[in-house]
Design a protein around this ligand. Structure first.
Ligand code: F6P
Length: 560
């Protein structure tokens, strides 16, 4: 019988017993042990991972690694690499790493999906993206009026949107990328809310706009309605029915995209073996980003992700960053009982990272049954949220310091994309930011005792009754990731690191991180409501029926 959280045998029980002991320890004592601190960090070129602020000892790490071995973590990672159908409920391989694999794989495994050579298909697609992006950027391909297509509106939602926007936001202030973008504009339209249409199109001219419809299935209701809305806008402003020179698509459903009016040669592929939330490195992300920045930085981005893939597939578990991050996630959720995780990049360019991770992590690991369909005995998944530092400090950090325990990932950079300093200031602006970056994890971990709080009150000549309000319990765990600089390459590393971390955590919980049945029920329910709304709009006297009394009342209020 395999070891799973549902079937806790030796290693799980050992961790549970160990957790009971660890809960009696305090990070303020653990953090002064220099040998422990030394053993609780790892380094890759350009990337430092310090986990000394986990409420854990080196023994904890050993027990977590034992558990990883007992659940055959390495074997699961290699099954993914070989292209086995580890997304069992959909009978699909999980090959997003192939999106950035080199064309020639040498002695490394080369995944085949049926007859398909996945890596060869990826490189064909990359060549097609590079050619198309170049033609649009240089003006070889133009719009129907002969004008250059300088603006791109990307229509898509969920995995067909969040990752691309996160990468775009991260790179648009990188000086190299900014110079390549020039005056080009990239907009996103995701929400079916018509306000989002208005925002996406504001200030754009149809004759200069290329619309990229991104939908793996080409059936997603929000995306299709938005695509129809924008196609109508193009038709109206270009004064013609055939607006195909202004359209492109990324989809696994080429026929549907063509039926919509996108010429076949402008449909870029998606594959069953890439899940939406893992698809940034496919045409889903690469086409819009190459249109904006050109192919050169995007190749660097792919290389950064590839370097991390190589590390993930070859490093021993105890030195493997995604594995270690996944193990600490497991420890905090399943053994210390902390269901949430804050992602805190001290870098404004990463302001959409948490939004991307919310989908990546929560759609992947928010599951209730094991791979074989048995109910989990404990909750899986983490509640992910975040904001860039220092903004978050002036918002929800209060709760993190004195309310709930929320394990956090602090992500910072040694150098800024856009350094600045003010004459006469003691430190440059980036140092000011980073002073907070280094301070917050310690404040969370070490806290402030009642005695210290009382002393501060006395020093400030304030009543000591305030002391309890100024106590910080500390013992709040966090990871620290320190990278050199936010560039296309390091961004690729960061993306792959978190993709693999997510998969690792799913492997440890024995859940399927690659399906998403949980989004279906709401979609089906919406169809019933949509039918009712259509009937009411067509015949205002139509009776609202078939709903519970509350929904019936609400629909009456809405349509009345
Ligand atoms: O939200 C569910 C979901 O299926 C995601 O997994 C996916 O990324 C998104 O919808 C968009 O789907 P599509 O690319 O097929 O439009």
């Amino acid at each position: 019988m395999p070891e799973t959280p549902l079937n806790p045998t030796h290693a799980w029980k050992a961790l549970a017993a160990h957790a009971a002991e660890i809960k009696g320890q305090h990070l303020r004592d653990l953090l002064v042990q220099s040998e422990r601190c030394q053993q609780m960090r790892r380094q890759l070129p350009g990337l430092l991972f310090d986990f000394a602020r986990q409420l854990a000892t080196t023994q904890t790490l050993k027990l977590l690694l034992d558990f990883g071995q007992q659940v055959d973590l390495s074997a699961k990672i290699q099954s993914m690499r070989r292209g086995e159908a580890i997304n069992a409920t959909e009978n699909r391989a999980v090959l997003h790493y192939a999106l950035r694999a080199p064309q020639q794989t040498g002695s490394d495994p080369r995944p085949q999906v049926g007859e398909q050579d996945a890596i060869a298909e990826v490189h064909d697609a990359l060549a097609k993206i590079a050619a198309f992006a170049e033609e649009i950027r240089t003006g070889t391909r133009r719009g129907v009026t002969g004008r250059r297509l300088t603006d791109v509106v990307v229509i898509g939602i969920g995995g067909s949107y969040l990752g691309t926007e996160f990468v775009y936001e991260a790179l648009r202030t990188d000086p190299f990328c900014a110079s390549l973008a020039g005056k080009r504009r990239l907009r996103f339209l995701a929400n079916v809310d018509p306000i989002d249409v208005a925002r996406a199109l504001a200030g754009l001219r149809a004759d200069r706009t290329l619309v990229v419809i991104v939908s793996k299935t080409f059936t997603t209701a929000e995306t299709i309605l938005n695509a129809k809305t924008v196609r109508a806008w193009l038709r109206e402003h270009l004064n013609r029915n055939d607006v195909s020179p202004h359209l492109a698509a990324v989809s696994a459903a080429t026929g549907e995209a063509m039926a919509f009016g996108v010429p076949e040669e402008r449909v870029f592929p998606m594959w069953d073996w890439v899940g939406g939330r893992y698809s940034v490195c496919s045409a889903v992300g690469l086409l819009p980003l190459a249109l904006q920045f050109g192919m050169e930085p995007m190749q660097e981005f792919l290389q950064g992700a590839r370097a991390l893939d190589q590390h993930f597939f070859t490093a021993p578990l105890e030195d493997n960053l995604p594995v270690l991050m996944g193990l600490w996630g497991l420890w905090n959720v399943s053994f210390l009982g902390h269901p949430a995780r804050a992602v805190l990049p001290y870098c404004q360019a990463l302001h959409r990272f948490a939004a991307h991770l919310q989908q990546l992590d929560m759609e992947s690991n928010g599951k209730r049954v094991t791979m074989s369909g048995q109910e989990l005995s404990q909750d899986a998944g983490e509640i992910v949220f975040g904001e860039p530092g220092t903004n978050g400090q002036h918002s929800f950090f209060q709760l993190m310091h004195q309310g709930r325990v929320v394990p956090a990932d602090f992500i910072g950079f040694r150098r800024s994309q856009r350094p600045a300093s003010v004459a006469g200031e003691a430190v440059a602006n980036h140092d000011e930011l980073m002073a907070n970056f280094f301070a917050q994890p310690d404040a969370l971990a070490i806290g402030q005792t009642r005695e210290q709080a009382a002393q501060i009150c006395r020093n400030e000549k304030k009543p000591t009754e305030l002391a309890p309000h100024r106590v910080f319990p500390g013992n709040r765990p966090s990871n620290v990731l320190l990278l050199d600089q936010l560039t296309p390459h390091s961004l690729g590393q960061l993306l792959a690191l978190y993709e693999h971390r997510t998969a690792v955590q799913g492997f440890l919980w024995d859940i399927n991180s690659f399906d998403q049945w949980g989004v279906e029920l709401g979609k089906v329910t919406a169809k019933t409501v949509r039918r009712q709304l259509a009937a009411c709009r067509a015949h205002p006297k139509t009776e609202i029926a078939g709903f519970n009394p509350s929904t019936q009342f609400l629909l009456q209020a809405y349509t009345g």
